[in-house]
Each structure stands twice: as C-alpha cells, then as structure tokens.
Design a protein around this ligand. Structure first.
Ligand code: AMP
Ligand code: ZN
Length: 113
C-alpha cells in the first residue's frame, strides 16, 4: 500500500521509535502517547483493520498479542495494561492499517466508549 503511513514506517521511509521487530510484526512508540507506555503493534503485511481479518490472514493477531505480553513484561506493566484496536471511522481508526495500542504504566480510565 503505497499511500499507507504504517507501510511507510515498515519500509523505513518514515522514522519510528522501534521497540520490537520480527519477520511478521513491528512495534513502535506512538507519536502522541496517551499513557506512560503507549506502543503500537502492527502486522508487516498490510491489513486495513480488524474488519478485514479472516481465516487466511488472522494468525498474525496471535503473534501480536504474544509480543504485547512480552513487551508488557519488558516495560514492567505488572499491574496490568490494555490492548485496543479501533476499527473504521466510527471506531476512531485514523490510520487504516491494522494496529493494536498497548497502553499502560498508570491506572487507566475504565470508560470504554
Ligand atoms: P488510531 O487512531 O487507532 O488509528 O491510531 C493511530 C495512532 O497512530 C495514533 O495514536 C497516532 O498518535 C499514531 N501515529 C500517527 N502517526 C504516527 C507516527 N508517525 N509514528 C508513531 N505513531 C503515529
Ligand atoms: Zn499499510
């Protein structure tokens, strides 16, 4: 996806503060953190959002959650954390490349919407 911000980050065309990378996923710090720890975890293969997941492309989601658990340990989020994915315009998704927000480092607000 030539026009996708996160694909450009994956290709290194736009800089990012990487915290984890393997063949299938990339994790980097959110540029506008909403919590002391705010990391975005994305598949390297472009998927528009959680609404476009299917039996063929969804295995990476398990890997993303496993990476989130590892990062949470690394960042000492012992008291808990949150993983969020916004979907589409009504869901507040501003970057149309599937991504999971890993938020923690403080007691998070319990309001879901
Ligand atoms: P969402 O609103 O769920 O689509 O999340 C998109 C997130 O991407 C927001 O939290 C932005 O702060 C973050 N973001 C946008 N541009 C960048 C960038 N260049 N590097 C890191 N995070 C970014
Ligand atoms: Zn993309």
């Amino acid at each position: 996806m030539d026009d996708c911000l996160f694909c450009k980050i994956i290709k290194g065309e736009i800089p990012s503060a990487k915290v984890y990378e393997d063949e299938e996923i990339l994790a980097f710090k959110d540029i506008n953190p909403m919590a002391p720890v705010h990391i975005l975890i994305i598949p390297k293969n472009h998927i528009d959002g959680a609404d476009k997941l299917n039996a063929e492309n969804s295995a990476v989601v398990g890997k993303i959650f496993a990476a989130a658990a590892k990062l949470a340990e690394e960042y000492h989020l012992d008291g808990g954390f949150r993983i969020v994915t916004n979907v589409g315009e009504n869901g507040g998704q501003t970057v149309r490349h599937l991504h999971f927000h890993l938020l923690g480092g403080t007691k998070l607000n319990t309001v879901l919407c």
